[in-house]
Design a protein around this ligand. Structure first.
Ligand SMILES: O=P(O)(O)OC[C@H]1O[C@H](O[C@H]2O[C@H](CO)[C@@H](O)[C@H](O)[C@H]2O)[C@H](O)[C@@H](O)[C@@H]1O
Length: 310
């Protein structure tokens, strides 16, 4: 039988007595903790071509050092499609990703807002780590699970939330994607003149149930009110795989395109390099770089595979 574990609540949920468990262990990490400024969003330097990766990050990659590559799925590995069932990864991305997954010095994890089985099926690579539902569900390469346990009250509120959204705003071509612990309210095909008002009603219902409403692409992500998100999931994955001092041992790259990816970009600031995919030159982000187009993700992977001799 495969091992399972329940992820422990964070200090903000359990009281200060648990704070000591959060202290980093190495002297280097402790000093980094005290000298690092609070991360702030800003307009990040832009990467606009394949050549920009090495130009703007000279010598960052080193084939003798392990690289943890943490990637979002929708809008990152696969371009945004008008329906979640229609997404596909470009062939170039799929080919390089499969090769990188086999490299002994590359560790690959996909961290998605989708349900975990959904994203696993779409990426289709065995033997890598996956996180679904914005990190609430995590599955290691060997199939062992590390699920964040939602409080019973939150689970009950979730059930009511799905029902109420369906009854009130699942209309005019808008629909609810129920992912068991979080949901996405899709309104792309709602007529323009009622789109905004219907979306605002959906947000009110989500917030009335204590859930967080995050803007996504023609959709609202309703996430449970817990201190667990893609950032905590990324940190858990890195600790689980490489130990407490992961930041001293490995290189980390994260790429994502959405507001929910910003949690990972924020927590990884100064510890790795992150890329926010966005066509908006004014976008404020915690990422180190903005990728001007989704197709630059294939170039990012190519830059990595060249450096690692894949
Ligand atoms: O964290 P991700 O892997 O980026 O997943 C985020 C959400 O992606 C999906 O919705 C988005 O992509 C769809 C397909 O391109 C698009 O039709 C939709 O408008 C986007 O919001 C997915 O349906 C959600 O469950 C994920 O949370």
């Amino acid at each position: 039988q495969r091992p399972t574990s329940t992820l422990s609540p964070q200090p903000s949920q359990t009281g200060a007595s648990q704070l000591k468990l959060q202290l980093p262990l190495s002297a280097e990490s402790i000093s980094r903790n005290f000298t690092t400024k609070m991360p702030e969003k800003r307009i990040a330097p832009t990467i606009e071509s394949a050549a920009d990766f090495e130009l703007k990050l000279p010598g960052f990659l080193n084939k003798n050092k392990t690289l943890a590559l943490l990637l979002d799925y929708d809008g990152t590995l696969a371009p945004i499609a008008d329906n979640p069932k229609k997404t596909v990864m470009p062939i170039a991305t799929e080919v390089i990703l499969n090769k990188l997954a086999k490299h002994p010095n590359v560790f690959l994890a996909v961290i998605s807002g989708r349900g975990i089985r959904d994203v696993q099926g779409r990426v289709g690579i065995n033997g890598i780590m996956y996180a679904g539902n914005h990190g609430i569900e995590i599955e290691s390469e060997d199939g062992s699970r590390h699920d964040y346990q939602l409080p019973v009250e939150v689970q009950e509120n979730y059930t009511h939330l799905v029902k109420e959204l369906r009854a009130n705003v699942e209309k005019n071509n808008a629909w609810v994607e129920d992912k068991r612990v979080s949901l996405t309210y899709h309104y792309r095909d709602t007529p323009v003149d009622i789109k905004e008002s219907q979306k605002q009603v959906a947000i009110k219902i989500i917030e009335a149930h204590g859930f967080r409403a995050n803007q996504a692409h023609e959709a609202i992500e309703a996430k449970p009110p817990v201190n667990w998100h893609k950032g905590e999931a990324a940190r858990f994955i890195l600790k689980h795989k490489f130990g407490e001092n992961w930041a001293d041992e490995i290189k980390v790259i994260f790429a994502g395109d959405d507001t929910t990816d910003e949690d990972a970009m924020r927590l990884l600031q100064g510890l790795g390099k992150s890329f926010r995919i966005s066509t908006d030159p004014e976008i404020q982000t915690f990422a180190d770089f903005r990728l001007a187009r989704q197709d630059l993700v294939s170039d990012l992977l190519k830059w990595i595979s060249d450096a690692y001799g894949v």
